[in-house]
Design a protein around this ligand. Structure first.
Ligand SMILES: [Zn+2]
Length: 432
């Protein structure tokens, strides 16, 4: 007799034994426990391959305890933490070991880790690979954090050579430093500190140029390339062109680029500031179309919050850029019109495959029982106490979003149900 049988109604049932899925099929025999999911969408647990939980060192911005609880409330069973803005950053063995220990002590979901590429750390990449990093993140423009300097072209190129040797992907924040720095400098010299000035300083061309350059490096070095948070339809086109030319390239976007436009940034202000910035309606429509066409491989939240005081600056250029989104991915995608099958592909199956998170990302016998149950006819209101991350701000506050995560099961254990976190055990480090 299985430990749990999830009854799918018209969808197949799922039998869970211990941490694993034992069987998937209609009319499975009874389990010790039964979960009635009739009428609910049964999806693989969300894998958020792009979060900044900032632990250790900046847990006052966000921490793994609060961040992982918010993730679980959003249907998530695993996150991959970026190498910044923790302190130390994850750019060598010591930084990796410290972060792994901190997250093991605090997270209720499973997790994996990105290493970083910064000038001078190429000799540390092998240590990071041996410790199980899923890949290496580099910034092509200023990261906003002095201890994580951007990778100049030489660093990025030879970082890709080393990553290819280690058989791991490189993820890039693709915006041109030349363009963004020059434009910001000119605007600030004119005394401009307003939101439109910030938007002008980070045009779509800064994104497409950087994507093309990274794509050329990837082709030349044989490195697998992952473009994080593509903000525009033009950015997708540039990445697909790089793929056509021979680069092994995966595309990520974030829910906020699919939901908001730059008009929303003008209205909402600081809590909707991110880089690359929100785009105009035409770019957003092309990005939405790309998701529906299956051209976007992965959707990550880029959850990157900060204390409220860092969002409160006279100059919009000085305000910390980062959106709190770890809890809202599923309802935002449903609201945007992304069907459940595409949600499963972009938030679970594809990230598991791309980052070699084995036995995860799909509801199949032999995989971990990482499952979310979603009421696609329900409604999600995000705000106040319903937000489980450290700072209860969300650009989606005030919206009634389509669909609601009802239950999250991580390795057979229900860690979230009906609005409450129920996890009894800690998450586990996952080696790529
Ligand atoms: Zn990020």
């Amino acid at each position: 007799m299985s430990d749990i049988v999830i009854r799918g109604g018209t969808s197949p049932d799922i039998a869970v034994e211990g941490e694993f899925i034992a069987a998937v099929g209609h009319d499975l025999p009874g389990g010790k426990r039964e979960i009635d999911a009739t009428g609910l969408a049964i999806l693989p647990g969300l894998i958020d391959a792009h979060v900044h939980f900032n632990e250790p060192g900046r847990a006052d911005w966000e921490g793994a305890e609060t961040g992982s609880r918010a993730l679980a409330a959003g249907g998530g069973t695993l996150f991959v933490d970026m190498p910044l803005n923790s302190s130390p950053c994850t750019i060598n063995a010591n930084g990796f070991d410290q972060k792994r220990a901190a997250l093991e002590a605090a997270s209720i979901t499973d997790f994996a880790l990105w290493g970083g590429i910064v000038p001078g750390n190429l000799n540390d990449m092998q240590d990071l690979a041996e410790r199980g990093a899923v890949g290496f993140k580099a910034f092509m423009c200023d990261s906003g954090l002095p201890e994580f300097p951007r990778a100049d072209d030489g660093t990025l190129y030879f970082g890709m050579v080393e990553a290819a040797r280690l058989n791991l992907p490189v993820a890039v924040h693709a915006e041109s430093e030349e363009i963004t720095k020059t434009l910001a400098g000119r605007l600030i010299a004119e005394g401009r500190h307003d939101i439109p000035a910030f938007l002008e300083s980070r045009p779509v061309a800064a994104e497409t140029e950087a994507i093309r350059r990274a794509g050329a490096f990837a082709r030349d070095t044989g490195c697998r390339l992952h473009i994080v948070h593509i903000s525009s339809g033009s950015g997708v086109a540039a990445a697909l062109e790089a793929r056509r030319l021979g680069a092994d390239i995966s595309l990520e976007t974030c829910p906020h680029y699919l939901f908001f436009t730059e008009d929303d940034l003008l209205r909402i202000g600081a809590i909707a500031k991110c880089a690359p910035p929100l785009r105009d309606t035409a770019e957003r429509e092309r990005l939405r179309h790309a998701v529906l066409q299956g051209q976007i491989d992965i959707i990550g939240s880029d959850h990157s919050p900060c204390p409220p005081e860092l969002k409160d600056r006279a100059s919009f250029f000085e305000i910390w850029g980062g959106i709190a989104g770890v809890q809202s991915t599923i309802p935002v995608l449903l609201e945007t019109g992304v069907p459940p099958e595409r949600i499963a592909a972009t938030t679970a199956t594809n990230p598991a495959r791309r980052f070699r998170l084995t036995h995860r990302g799909a509801i199949e016998p032999g995989n971990y029982a990482d499952i979310m149950l979603v009421d696609t006819g329900g409604t999600t209101h995000l705000g106040g106490t319903s937000l489980l991350h450290r700072h209860r701000t969300s650009p989606y506050a005030g919206y009634a979003l389509k669909g609601a995560v009802v239950q999250t099961i991580r390795r057979g254990e229900t860690i979230f149900r009906d609005g409450a976190v129920t996890a009894q055990t800690r998450g586990r480090f996952v080696h790529a």
